[in-house]
Design a protein around this ligand. Structure first.
Ligand SMILES: NC(=O)c1ccc[n+]([C@@H]2O[C@H](COP(=O)([O-])OP(=O)(O)OC[C@H]3O[C@@H](n4cnc5c(N)ncnc54)[C@H](O)[C@@H]3O)[C@@H](O)[C@H]2O)c1
Length: 356
């Protein structure tokens, strides 16, 4: 697909920036859309300027647009000018917890911003695969209804049939989502509808924990990157409920890109896939802290807060079988061990720069 053009939103963020470097290295021209709203959401830890500068240094055909996905006319103009062959929509207000204090920003960025992009795609580039980074929070806290067993360092599903985790048949309504989950449900269903109703080649990837060293980790979003940073810089990490045994499956941003590209090469209409690291890459909070402590040679200070985050998952592992069966050549290529090493190295490096 060299010589083609992609439009990536949220291009200074974790997944967007990984897609930019991935596509650029394969000869694509990439238009990135990002207004650094992550800084506005999360303060200085969320600032993505360093990542934009890195992209400018490391890529050759990347063009940045300081554009807001809420700017409907601006988005339409960009589609008309750039005429992308592929759209990867990663811009978002991504935090479950932050949404309650900024409900209009959350909905306008996540739901209305997505609608702006879908309409521009329908008018200008209806043949281009449209990839949307959705979230497992569309299931609300329904996964918490599954019977769990408490092991020494983590929760796990009691039913052996759930060994592979949660699949796409999990219901998306009648549960607590947080306002973030609700705005992402709206976007997820819109993306499906532009597939089913208008025939656009769209896909929703319902992400587990997406991670990697290029995450501007903040307390309210990017748990592994933020934990690595807290461990390296000696700040106190707060554990919210569930005895610290809550489980997440982690996928490296590189493996998210290969999934995006697998779909781009063989798109379908209105597809939905769960996408995470699966059981092999699952870890509990307590286990994650122990791993970083070992890698960084520190003892992280933690503070336990009895009350869990509202609507937070206790044990979430993505069942990857639907995606694997449609795209058998794809796999999770970066192990949990490697993810930890990369995050620890990046946090140690940034810690040194910050104290220099
Ligand atoms: N990281 C995860 O664990 C995770 C899990 C599930 C789903 N997701 C989804 O994946 C996508 C990418 O997540 P990420 O971790 O890369 O997030 P991120 O916050 O690192 O990146 C998002 C980028 O979007 C930009 N942005 C925000 N509002 C914008 C606006 N109005 N206009 C233009 N740009 C804007 C931000 O500045 C940021 O650089 C999001 O949709 C998120 O909901 C992420």
């Amino acid at each position: 697909m060299a010589g083609k053009t992609a439009l990536v939103t949220g291009s200074s963020g974790l997944i967007g920036s990984e897609c930019v470097t991935f596509l650029d290295a394969r000869g694509w021209r990439v238009h990135g859309v990002d207004n650094n709203m992550r800084r506005d959401f999360f303060g200085e830890h969320g600032d993505t300027t360093w990542n934009l500068e890195r992209l400018r240094r490391e890529t050759s055909r990347f063009e940045h647009h300081d554009l807001d996905v809420r700017d409907r006319e601006g988005i339409e103009r960009l589609f008309a000018d750039a005429r992308p062959d592929l759209v990867v929509h990663c811009a978002a207000q991504p935090s479950h917890d932050l949404a309650a204090s900024r409900p209009f920003d959350d909905f306008e960025v996540n739901a209305v911003g997505t609608l702006n992009l879908l309409e521009a795609a329908r008018h200008q580039t209806p043949e281009a695969p449209f990839v949307f980074l959705s979230t497992n929070k569309v299931y609300g806290d329904a996964p918490n209804e599954l019977e769990l067993v408490e092991l020494e360092t983590r929760w796990d599903y009691a039913d052996p049939l759930l060994r592979e985790g949660i699949d796409e048949s999990m219901r998306i309504d009648s549960s607590m989502h947080s306002l973030f989950g609700a705005s992402k449900v709206a976007a997820d269903v819109l993306v499906q509808e532009y597939g089913r109703y208008f025939g656009l080649p769209t896909v929703c990837f319902r992400g587990g924990c997406l991670t990697g060293p290029n995450h501007s980790g903040a307390e309210l979003h990017g748990f592994l990157a933020y934990l690595a940073r807290a461990a390296a810089e000696g700040t106190t990490y707060r554990i919210f409920g569930y005895k610290g045994k809550q489980v997440r499956d982690n996928i490296h941003s590189y493996d998210v890109c290969t999934a995006v590209m697998a779909f781009a090469e063989r798109p379908s209409v209105g597809a939905v896939y769960n996408l995470g690291g699966g059981r092999e890459n699952s870890v509990s909070l307590l286990e994650a802290i122990a791993r970083f402590d070992e890698l960084l040679g520190v003892t992280t200070t933690t503070e336990y807060v009895e009350e869990a985050r509202r609507g937070d998952h206790i044990c979430y592992i993505s069942d990857l079988r639907r995606f694997r069966s449609d795209f058998p050549q794809w796999n999770v290529s970066i192990s949990l061990g490697q993810i930890f090493e990369e995050l620890a190295a990046a946090a140690a490096q940034r810690g040194k720069v910050a104290t220099a």
